[in-house]
Design a binder for this molecule. Structure first.
Ligand code: ADP
Length: 269
């Protein structure tokens, strides 16, 4: 027998009256779990044949100039589309793993400062000819208790999005700070911005503020869903502020109990 899942809502009236409503959401919870397992399994099954197709396509691309002209374009298009599909499957597998929350390495310590330095240096390579100025600002040097690989996925999705949605020459600032409330990782850009009506739905799978935009940028549409679930696994939350034509800021908040002082390690020589 499955565990009973209840959703409880408590409303307060006046000084002493309370209305408590308990709703049985067991079936809903099971369906959600089935959907997650199904997507995870299908993605896994698709990965192997796709790896074979991509492998052969790579060989064909390497020898494309030996083939008739009309085949060359077809082969390049097939190779592009198969790498898009590979990216999509990788993100689907990652999302279904993160969604369960079961494999989160919750005792690990992550050096966020070093992590964002690495991500930003990858982002500079991605920016290429667009020559964004990508800056890191760190005002707190403590470590964050949390799964480094999940945090890397979340932060790199935010930074790479900033690169994708910011025109050439724009500025991107990644900052790590803490105050009385907790720790904050902010990714701010001077890019295209997002209409406020889209903001509440941005972390849904495949939701896009402007579908024509993603054709040029070629993302999987799962980036912000991954960010959302990584934050749930770390008791965090996401704040999105944006203005069309001016830019956007994505802020990940973490509770302060997750901040841990660095221990200086003195190695014996
Ligand atoms: P995608 O792969 O389409 O980028 P995401 O889940 O990462 O998918 O983002 C969802 C949508 O949010 C994007 O399609 C885009 O419309 C919008 N978006 C995300 N980041 C930014 C940003 N920094 N500036 C403007 N729009 C953004």
């Amino acid at each position: 027998r499955p565990h009973l899942r209840l959703q409880i809502q408590i409303s307060l009236f006046g000084d002493n009256d309370r209305l408590i409503v308990a709703k049985d959401v067991t079936r809903l919870y099971q369906l959600e779990q089935m959907r997650r397992d199904f997507v995870g399994n299908v993605s896994h099954e698709m990965r192997t044949p796709l790896t074979v197709i991509s492998g052969y396509l790579e060989t064909l691309v390497d020898h494309a100039d030996e083939l008739p002209k009309k085949w060359q374009r077809a082969i390049h298009t097939m190779a592009d589309q198969s790498s898009r599909m590979e990216a999509l499957i990788t993100d689907l597998i990652l999302l279904s793993r993160i969604e369960t929350g079961e494999q989160t390495a919750d005792d690990a310590l992550t050096d966020v400062e070093a992590l964002i330095q690495q991500i930003c240096s990858d982002a500079r390579a991605l920016s290429g000819d667009k020559q964004h100025s990508i800056n890191v600002e760190v005002t707190d040097h403590r470590l964050l208790r949390g799964d480094e690989s999940q945090l890397r996925s979340a932060f790199s999705n935010l930074v790479f999005n900033a690169v994708k949605y910011t025109p050439a020459g724009g500025r991107i600032t990644v900052s790590w700070s803490a105050d009385r409330e907790g720790a904050h990782l902010s990714v701010k850009d001077t890019g295209l911005g997002i209409d406020p009506i889209h903001i509440p739905r941005l972390t849904e799978r495949f939701y896009r503020a402007d579908p024509s935009r993603h054709k040029e940028t070629g993302g999987t549409g799962l980036g912000l869903a991954i960010v959302k679930h990584v934050l749930i696994n770390h008791d965090g939350s996401l704040d999105i502020r944006s203005e069309i034509g001016k830019g956007s800021e994505f802020i990940c908040h973490f509770p302060k109990v997750r901040l841990v002082e660095r221990q200086e390690t003195h190695e014996e020589v």
